[in-house]
Write a protein that binds this ligand. Sequence first.
Ligand code: ADP
Length: 376
Amino acid sequence: MKPLSEVDQLKNQLREQETIYKNILEGTLAGYWDWKIPENYEYLSPTFKSMFGYEDHEMPNHPDSWQKIIFQEDLPKVFESFGAHVQSKGEIPFHAETRYTHKNGSTIWVYCRGKVIEWDEKGNPLRAVGSHVDITKLKEVEEAAKKDSMQLALKNKELEQFAYVASHDLQEPIRTISSFTSLLAQQYKGQLGEEADQYLNFILDSTSRMKSMVNGLLEHSRIGHEKKLVIVDGNALIKQIQEDMKVSITEAGAKIIVGELPAVAGHETQIRLLFQNLISNALKFRKQGTPVKIQIIAEQRTDEVQFSVIDNGIGIEEKYKEHIFAMFQRLHAKTEYEGTGIGLAHCQKIVALHGGSIWVESKLNEGSTFHFTIKQ
Ligand code: ADP
C-alpha cells in the first residue's frame, strides 16, 4: 500500500476531528446548522430535525425546511438579528428565541444562536453556523411562574381592597358605639351601680383599641399607594425623624448614634415610616434602669443597601423572631407596653415594596438589632 501523502494525512485528521465535534454537539442535545450562503445549502443535523419530530431523510438540508415550520410571526425576528450580525461584521451576536410547529402539532420553543464564519473580500457572508436548543420546558416553567405571580398579585390586590373597604366601613359603627357608650357612662354614672360603670369603661377601652386597630389596618392598606421613587438621603431623613420624635426621645433619655448613611432610591414617606416605627419600638421596649442607646448604621452593597437599627432594650425571645412581623402580634399585655402590634407589619410591607427583606437578631434582656435591605 502506498504511504499516505502529508496532505491526505491532514485531511484524515481533519475528518476525524469533525466527527468528534459533531458527536459532541449532538451529545449536548443541541441541533446545529451549517449554511453555505451562495449555494443556499443548509446542513441540518439529525438532532435539529428530531427536535421537531422528523427523521433525517424527511427534512431536506435547505433553509426552506425550517422556514416552513417556524411560526411565521417569529421569522422577522430571525432575519433582523441575522441582518444586524452581518451589518456589524459579526460584532453583534446573532441569536433569537422562536417557536416552531412540531410534526405532532405541538409548539417547540427554540433558542438559536450562530455566527458567520466566512466572508468574501467585499464583506459578504459566505458561510454561517449555529446551534438550536429546545427551550420548551424552560418556557413552560417561565409561563407558569408568570401566570402564578399575576394571580398572586391579583389576589393581593383583592385582599388589600377588602382590607381597605372593611376598615373604612368599620370606622363609622365604631365611632357610634364609642360616642353612645361615652354618653351612657357620663349621664348614668353612679345610677346603674358600680359594676355597670366598670362594664361601660371596659367597653370604652375595647372600642378605643378597636379604633386603633382599624385605623392601623386602613393605614396598612394604604401603604404602597405612593408611586414616586425619589433619592432619599439617609442622614437627612434620620435628622428630620429625630426632630419629629424629640419629645419621646427626650422623655426616654435616649442617645441616638447615627453612622454614615447612604442615599437610597425609594418611596420617601414609606421609608420615613419604617425608621419611625423601628426607632419608636427601640424607645418603647427599653430596659428599666439602663440608659437607652440606639445606633443606626448602613452597609452599601452592589445592588442593595442594608440598614440596621440596634437597641439595648428588653430583647426578643428566639422563638418569636418571625411571629412579631405578623399583623396584630405582640408579646406583651397592653397594660405593660401600649401598641396595636401593627408597626412591624407596616415595616415588612414597606420593605417588600422596596424589593428587600427585614429580620431581627436579638438576645433577651440585652437588646435587638433590626436589619432591613432596600434594593437599588
Ligand atoms: P407594637 O409596637 O404596636 O406592639 P410592633 O408590630 O411594632 O407592634 O411590634 C410587635 C412586637 O414585637 C411588640 O409588641 C414587641 O413585643 C416586639 N418588639 C418590637 N420591637 C422591639 C424591640 N425593639 N425590642 C423588643 N421587642 C420588640
